[in-house]
Design a protein around this ligand. Structure first.
Ligand code: AMP
Length: 220
């Protein structure tokens, strides 16, 4: 299974990624998580990326493509992987195509989770995250104790790029730079669409059924 989760910020990609990686025993490759780890470790890349991420823009294609190429060489990627938040631009998608081709591989599917902007704004503004990446929502998935992670007791915070004025910018960036990937992958015949306004369980069931069918087709 070589999968891409595509969709605007707040569509529920992280939630669905958790279930897909567990169900299929494949690693999640989240460029956002990789960048946040670099920011936390204060590596030169992290220090550079932080400014761009905090402003809601996109980190340069060269940096991202380099990160992903290195990650794909890790042994856990042999059985497949799920990209979350990558590719975000046409040049990133083209670079991925070239890497896959060089390895004699192709994508199994691109899973597009569709949600209108007004719903996204409401969802993202309530999102809270702990320093180890556990995600909550003040209305839809609240922690037991306000602002404390149920898993490890860390303080919960709003991601700097989840602040309302940054969210607007991130949605603009999505529509300008990332949405063209919908047509790109549709033309390649690998795009599968999911209604992200449905409940997380409904979206999961729909994705699960689609992936089971694809797996049967691949092994036929
Ligand atoms: P995410 O957690 O996927 O929403 O990513 C958070 C931020 O990291 C984005 O707003 C970008 O600034 C940066 N980022 C993550 N993935 C990419 C990517 N594939 N290309 C460029 N920037 C990215």
């Amino acid at each position: 299974m070589r999968l891409i989760l595509l969709g605007p910020p707040g569509a529920g990609k992280g939630t669905q990624a958790a279930f897909i990686t567990e169900a299929f025993g494949i690693p999640q490759i989240s460029t956002g998580d990789m960048l946040r780890a670099a920011v936390k470790a204060q590596t030169p890349l992290g220090i550079e990326a932080k400014k761009i991420m905090d402003g809601g823009g996109l980190v340069s294609d060269d940096i991202i493509i380099g990160l992903v190429r290195d990650r794909l060489q890790q042994p856990d990627c042999k059985r497949g992987y799920l990209f979350d938040g990558f590719p975000r631009t046409i040049p990133q998608a083209e670079a991925l195509d070239r890497s896959l081709e060089a390895m004699g591989r192709r994508l199994t599917a691109v899973l597009l989770i569709e949600v209108p902007d007004d719903v996204l704004v409401q969802r993202i503004s309530g999102r809270r995250i702990c320093t180890d990446g556990h995600v909550y929502h003040v209305d839809f998935n609240p922690p037991e104790q306000d602002d404390v992670c149920d898993v490890d007791g860390n303080a919960l915070e709003q991601r700097p790029d989840d602040a309302p004025e940054k969210v607007k910018r991130r949605l603009e960036v999505y529509h300008e730079q990332t949405a063209p990937l919908e047509d790109y992958y549709d033309d390649l015949g690998v795009l599968q669409r999911f209604d992200g306004t449905r409940s997380p369980d409904e979206v999961r069931e729909h994705i699960s059924a689609t992936l089971s069918t694809l797996r049967l087709e691949e092994s036929a």
